[in-house]
Design a protein around this ligand. Structure first.
Ligand code: CP3
Length: 647
């Protein structure tokens, strides 16, 4: 109770009674004392035990090579490790001989601690690495140094600290050096694992609030013990709910690589500073974290556990379903608070290119609304960047494209893209989303259709009359076809990669094609759409979407996608009559969501009645949900569709 108050009131001084797991071993006593002093309740969980010095053949081999003059550069990573290495070597050799041999090499110290240790030992240090002392500064300083050090061909020894630093090794090797790692000391798990296991239990039970990490090895050992008990994944997920404080960039980098995000890192990598800053910031950070953690989640009617057998996928295949599946175009967007919170941290394009964040908003939207499918968070325009045009999302003004296409020569200058490389972030986001979504929720991949993309590439943004687009189309059919072809090739490849990454259905957005006459559609668009759909995997449902397309539907269907998307300007019932065997997606006016819930329910019922329960209906809006839509109304729609259509 007292603890809850502390968290709720936020502003208290120090930890204010929070329970703090400390993984420190050598300084366990000291860290507990500091935690208590800062108002916290320490949970001591030592993770490491140092192995005896004699068990160090690597140190002996290093000494032999060093004395034989086989190294040009020797890097000391830690103070403790440097002393250990010397202690081990001095069991066989004279210190004077070792320091004399080192004096003939370039001695590099990673930070103040190895500098101090080397000074004590009488070893002259040639290069000191600046803060924050990671491998990046190390490589930087070696490359820039004017001490006559060349990495090309250099023989480098690295005193290791607990775990090997693969990135440093790789960076040095790619600069042409040959690298020998010298594990000066090795860490083992402590003999008594009970305190560590108890800390894990408390983290899992959510009775721990903060975890302090003071070395990278600690976290490897923590996870190793959790793995042994079969709770590694649960532990990682429980760690997202407490405050993880990391002593410095090396530990942080290791934590991130293991998928554990770090909430704070002190200004200086010191135990005392870590505890002080954690005590000042943890209560508030925790409050923010916990207030956002209970993602409200709408229950959907129970599924079979298999996305391929979900109501959405069956409806796409024209099969009967026990209720009508529903999802909303732009379901992850500004109308949703959770989305705006992520957007406060990341710009729109940063969000699109950050797989973790993109997956988060995708999954949050699906869970918050209780919809029957998720659509990967991304944008149709991202593809224009690797093709060679500029893309910017200026706040509130919609996207703008620079270097836009004016002529056939500009079309010829477009790049043929390799989506698996240039758009890899989309596929990473799909993989992450697939892993996070419930197994029975299908994931939709998507792209813009060639016409809609071409219109952005030519107009440089949104357009009212598509004057430039149609001018190029009418005046230079050769250039137009070349543009549509280069786009179609890229899109086929792009969509296939999305399927390979885990997308189970696809949607092609031809949002602006409704500006064309049927005759123009037939001449300038249809062949390319037919080509696009013919090249996609036949077992993956494809939704062919457009707006203002009432007069184009027959032509669109003839292009060959298995699902037709219709906006709210057409009556959906007759569309079903017209295209037997084609599944239909739509078609509530997005602005209906601004009305009363009772109206929303009635108008949803009207759409369902129009369809009359025929198989192959996917409920959706006629176009994307608008930013000012009340989220509760979107939820009311989803619930109404589920209840009204249940058989
Ligand atoms: O549906 C989803 O939840 C998936 C995400 C998605 C977005 N864009 C996110 C987005 C999808 C499927 C799209 C497709 C898209 N992008 C289309 C076709 C669909 C349609 O609405 O016709 C088009 C034409 C675009 C191009 C585009 N991107 C425009 C015109 C805009 C600006 C409009 C606006 O609302 O600001 C964007 C930006 C964009 N794409 C946003 C979102 C959520 C808003 C950006 C923000 O967060 O500020």
């Amino acid at each position: 109770m007292a603890r809850e108050q502390v968290i709720q009131e936020g502003g208290v001084r120090g930890f204010g009674g929070l329970r703090v797991v400390a993984l420190e071993s050598r300084m366990a006593g000291e860290s507990s004392r500091l935690i208590t002093k800062a108002g916290g309740i320490p949970i001591e969980a030592p993770t490491l035990r140092e192995l005896p010095i004699e068990e160090n053949p690597a140190a002996m081999e290093f000494a032999d090579s060093l004395l034989a003059g086989r190294f040009d550069i020797v890097i000391f990573m830690t103070g403790v490790g440097t002393r250990y290495l010397f202690a081990a070597m001095e069991t066989r050799h004279d210190r004077a001989d070792l320091t004399a041999a080192l004096a003939k090499t370039t001695v590099v110290a990673r930070g103040p601690k190895p500098v101090a240790a080397l000074r004590e030992l009488g070893v002259p240090v040639v290069i000191t690495v600046p803060e924050p002392n990671t491998w990046r500064e190390m490589v930087g300083v070696l490359e820039e140094s004017n001490e006559g050090v060349a990495l090309q061909g250099a023989r480098v020894a690295i005193q290791e600290y607990g775990i090997s630093n693969d990135e440093l090794t790789r960076a040095l090797e790619s600069a042409g050096a040959s690298v020998t790692c010298v594990p000066a000391y090795r860490w083992a798990l402590p003999e008594d694992l009970a305190p560590l296991k108890d800390a894990i239990r408390q983290i899992l039970a959510r009775t721990a609030d903060v975890m302090l990490v003071t070395s990278a090895t600690q976290i490897h050992h923590l996870l190793e013990v959790a793995r042994g008990d079969g709770v590694e994944d649960e532990l990682k997920s429980a760690l997202t709910e407490l405050i993880v404080a990391s002593v410095g960039p090396v530990a942080t980098e290791n934590l991130r690589k293991l998928g554990i995000s770090v909430d704070l890192e002190p200004a200086h990598p010191k135990l005392g500073t870590l505890i002080k800053e954690a005590s000042q910031r943890a209560p508030e950070l925790l409050l923010n974290k916990r207030s956002g953690i209970v993602r409200p989640r709408r229950e959907r009617p129970a599924g079979s556990g298999d996305a391929q057998q979900s109501v959405f996928m069956r409806a796409c295949r024209g099969e009967a379903t026990e209720y009508t599946p529903v999802w909303l175009m732009r379901q992850a967007g500004r109308y949703m608070q959770e989305y705006r919170e992520v957007r406060a941290r990341l710009s729109f394009s940063e969000l699109c290119k950050n797989p973790q964040a993109a997956a988060e908003v995708t999954v949050t939207a699906q869970e918050r609304l209780g919809v029957d499918a998720a659509i990967i968070f991304s944008d149709i325009l991202l593809i224009v960047e690797p093709m060679g045009l500029g893309l910017a999302y200026d706040h509130g003004e919609g996207p703008t494209i620079s270097g836009n296409i004016k002529s056939g020569a500009d079309v010829d200058a477009l790049r043929e893209i390799t989506p698996s490389e240039e758009l890899a972030f989309v596929f990473d986001a799909i993989r992450l989303t697939r892993a996070e979504l419930d197994a029975d929720v299908p994931l939709i991949g998507f792209c813009g259709a060639p016409f809609t993309l071409a219109s952005y590439m030519i107009e440089g943004g949104g357009s009212r009359n598509y004057v430039s687009t149609k001018t190029l189309m009418y005046r230079d059919k050769g250039a137009w076809d070349a543009l549509m072809k280069v786009l179609t090739r890229a899109l086929v490849d792009y969509l296939r990669c999305q399927v390979d990454a885990g997308a189970q259905a696809l949607q092609v957005f031809d949002s602006w094609v409704g500006c064309l006459s049927p005759a123009d559609y037939r001449t300038y668009v249809l062949p390319h759409m037919t080509e696009l759909f013919s090249k996609l995997p036949p077992d993956v449902p494809v939704i062919h979407f457009g707006t203002g397309t009432a007069t184009l539907l027959d032509l669109q269907v003839s292009a060959g996608a298995s699902v037709l998307g219709v906006d709210h300007r057409v009556e959906i019932g007759p569309v079903f009559e017209r295209f037997p065997g084609v599944a239909i997606q739509g078609n509530l006016d997005p602005v209906a969501l601004f009305a009363e819930p009772a109206y929303i329910r009635d108008t949803a019922e009207k759409v369902l009645d129009d369809v009359g329960g025929k198989p192959g209906h996917i409920f959706n809006l006629g176009h994307g949900i608008l930013p000012a839509t009340p989220v509760d109304n979107a939820i009311a729609l989803v619930d109404a569709v589920h209840t009204l259509s249940a058989k």
